[in-house]
Design a protein around this ligand. Structure first.
Ligand code: HEM
Length: 386
């Protein structure tokens, strides 16, 4: 199937356009994994994401113990009422107002990282900015001590890219959980005014110990890799659409709209929206039986020409918004206000400081991260002329 080819990895859009043309939903039978249904059109994706009969529960039998505990207690993989209870515990930390308060800290981190670019004619922007920025922000928000953040890069990468059955992934989850279990008593002894401090204060009462670990792992991982991709994809798209980059340089007030357009054109996650049918559902002309896995291709639905005019054109001023890159319905991304703010600050400050930034080589040679889940660049070599 085209979805598993090298051509798809290099550029998924031609294959997705064909699938969209053929219909809104397709049965996919991978060579080594369970079959699933793939939704390729916007209206049907919204229908599925809003349908309470679909479940997020994932079968965890046969997985290593640590992984089973983290997955079965995880917010993203719960249905109501557990989902409602867990989401309420953390949602206060991510309101647009609370997130706006983080602006000065995010700007400070960004400026420090951008200082590091000066004097280096060619630099990997993933390594220098896109990766460290969201990691530092989420660690600050949670309250991970600065000097202990070193191992997070490896853990986070392995967890997000790993196959659930892989031993590397289970080992990364085990090490991260062990680190957190060691950190919690220290934070209990000296309560801190951060998100882990707030969660530790309600532990035992509204949150059990597995749920606490699981929430911390989810926030660290979900809040990190996705935002790395957003920043990298933004720099890539602005290089490919130089007249739009020029508009942003002339009018920095357009940056928030440009970030929305990056989210639409190059969704940082490709197929992370997993659901299981608990009863037969009808999508277009197709009936999906109960007990089947359904995934949404966010890359595809965001380019559906039934919804978006000229969907392959990067146009920050477009009137037809409504990308689904943060999902839809009760699992809508909790971190969306934070991700948006980080993207806006990163791109706004980068362009203000290095207006002549450009890719160091042809875009066709850029390498995209392997696998079907994430959509981001592995490296992003750029030239900056201060
Ligand atoms: C859920 C995307 C950044 C935390 C989701 C979902 C998507 C998504 C598509 C829904 C999954 C589904 O319906 O199955 C993104 C993208 C991001 C981003 C594209 C960056 C550009 C963040 C950040 C955080 C975060 C910064 C936290 C610090 C979460 C959480 C959920 C979630 C906790 C689960 C919500 C629930 O189940 O109720 N995200 N995310 N995300 N995201 Fe994000």
């Amino acid at each position: 199937m085209a979805l598993f080819s090298d051509e798809y990895q290099a550029d998924p859009h031609p294959a997705l356009a064909e699938l969209r043309q053929a219909g809104p939903v397709h049965r996919v039978v991978p060579a080594t994994n369970v079959p699933f249904w793939l939704v390729t059109r916007w209206a049907e994706a919204r229908q599925i994401l809003a349908d309470p009969s679909l479940s997020k529960r994932q079968p965890v039998d046969g997985l290593p113990q640590e992984l089973r505990a983290v997955l079965s207690a995880q917010l993203l993989l719960q249905d109501p009422p557990d989902h409602t209870r867990l989401r309420r515990l953390v949602s206060g930390a991510f309101t647009p107002r609370r997130v706006a308060d983080l602006r000065p800290r995010i700007e400070r981190i960004t400026d420090r990282l951008l200082d590091g670019l000066t004097g280096t004619p060619e630099v990997d922007l993933i390594d220098a900015l896109a990766f460290p920025l969201p990691l530092e922000v989420i660690c600050e928000l949670l309250g991970i001590p600065v000097e202990e953040r070193g191992s997070f890069r490896g853990w986070s990468n392995t967890i997000i890219l790993g196959d659930l059955a892989s031993t590397d992934l289970a080992e990364a989850v085990r090490q991260l959980s062990a680190y957190l279990r060691g950190l919690f008593p220290r934070k209990r002894a000296q309560p801190t005014d951060d998100l882990l401090g707030a969660l530790l204060a309600v532990e035992g009462d509204r949150l059990d110990p597995d749920e606490l670990i699981s929430m911390a792992v989810l926030l660290l991982v979900a809040g990190h890799e996705t935002t790395v991709n957003l920043i990298g994809n933004a720099v890539y798209l602005l290089d490919r659409w130089p007249e739009q980059k020029r508009r942003l340089l002339d009018d920095p007030g357009l940056v928030p709209a440009a970030i929305e357009e990056v989210l639409r054109m190059a969704s940082p996650t490709a197929m992370t929206t997993y659901r299981v049918t608990t009863q037969p559902i009808t999508v277009g002309d197709t009936t999906i039986p109960a007990g089947e896995q359904v995934l949404i291709s966010l890359l595809s639905v965001n380019r559906d020409d039934d919804r978006f005019t000229d969907p392959d054109t990067f146009e920050p001023s477009r009137a037809d918004g409504g990308h689904l890159s943060f999902g839809h319905g009760i699992h809508f991304c909790l971190g969306a206000p934070l991700a948006r703010l980080e993207g806006q600050i990163a791109i706004g400050r980068l362009l203000a400081r290095y207006p002549d930034i450009r890719l160091a080589g042809p875009w066709q040679e850029l390498r995209w991260r392997p696998g079907l889940l994430m959509h981001g660049l592995t490296t992003l070599p750029v030239r900056v002329l201060p």
